[in-house]
Ligand binder design. Sequence first.
Ligand SMILES: [Fe+2]
Ligand SMILES: [Fe+2]
Length: 160
Amino acid sequence: MGKTGRKVVEVPINELLTDLNKAYADEWCALYQYWYDALITEGINAPIVAEHLKKQALDEMKHAEKIGNRILELGGTPVSRPDKLVHASGCGYIDPPKDKTDLKQIIQDTLKAERCAIEAYNRLAKMTLGKDPVTYELASDLLTDEVSDEEEFENLLANL
Ligand SMILES: [Fe+2]
Ligand SMILES: [Fe+2]
């Protein structure tokens, strides 16, 4: 990013980059978790849940791209190796359930990841409010998406 673009950021850039990289890794962990659960799940209602998970995984990939672009703009480096993603993430990765037909568990694991992301983007939005409008807008946009994701999966769980 240009000098001025970085100069106007009134939060310590290192702190910001740490939080952004955590979120970046969270998005990749969530995307792989959802995508993998969709791949392995079995049973009569599995295709419905798998459709939701696959759509969600694609959305999380778009989130990762947006965060990655912001990290680059700020002069940072998005986590470059897949084997570092779980360690770098704030929310971690949840292993698939032993029972592949346990859709409730899969949805609960999805909700855990979404709720962790909501907390993280809410913190990032508060941290950047009035201090870094570009990251603030990004955090608010992603927060809006994760809030709607949580609702989608809560409804899915209720209607299973
Ligand atoms: Fe996301
Ligand atoms: Fe999400």
